[in-house]
Write a protein that binds this ligand. Structure first.
Ligand code: ZN
Length: 187
């Protein structure tokens, strides 16, 4: 009897260890996480607020990100307008998170907002981004973070074009652009 209990215990331990390993593996390969997330000020249905499927220490983030990516994604920084990488990018393709590779935006929804930052009127899917209240700098804004790693991407404003009326104002350095040719599986 004791042996059976011990065996079951080690089995569940093995399962925990292997699932942890799997999530690390998936993360390292920038696999897209299809976790469902709610849109309104909640991080996830399954994880406590402020926790994300992709978790790394500050040292680990510093290792995989450039200093500019780290400053924006992990420290909530903002890059300069107009001189950033994707403001004027008109190529067809997808914009993925520079931190974890999760798909975020499509060139189909990019428009010229004149703000100086790449702007989209909707994310690829609402579950890929998460909204958070941001009351910094004496302003009331809605921050947008990646729902997979929690990385800061930018803000959303309600002065965008129809049909949503939204302007997702993103930092180029928080994203990586994947041209359509390399992405033939996505329409
Ligand atoms: Zn991410």
């Amino acid at each position: 009897m004791k042996k059976t209990v011990l065996f079951t215990f080690s089995l569940s331990l093995l399962f925990i260890v292997s699932s942890a390993k799997y999530s690390n593996h998936a993360d390292a390969n920038s696999h897209i996480n299809h976790e469902t997330h709610t849109m309104k000020f909640a991080s996830s249905d399954t994880l406590p607020a402020g926790e994300y499927p992709v978790k790394k220490t500050e040292a680990e983030w510093k290792q995989i990100l450039t200093s500019e990516q780290y400053r924006i994604l992990r420290k909530g920084g903002t890059e300069l307008p107009y001189v950033n990488k994707y403001n004027d990018n008109k190529e067809a393709g997808l914009y993925v998170c520079a931190g974890c590779g999760q798909r975020l935006y499509s060139s189909d929804h990019k428009y010229k907002s004149g703000s100086g930052w790449p702007s989209f009127w909707r994310p690829l899917d609402e579950k890929f981004v998460e909204e958070k209240e941001d009351n910094s700098w004496f302003m009331k804004r809605v921050e947008i973070v990646c729902s997979n790693c929690g990385g800061h991407l930018g803000h959303v404003f309600d002065d965008g074009p129809e049909p949503t009326g939204l302007r997702y104002c993103m930092n180029s350095a928080a994203m990586k652009f994947v041209p359509k040719e390399e992405n033939s599986s996505d329409k």
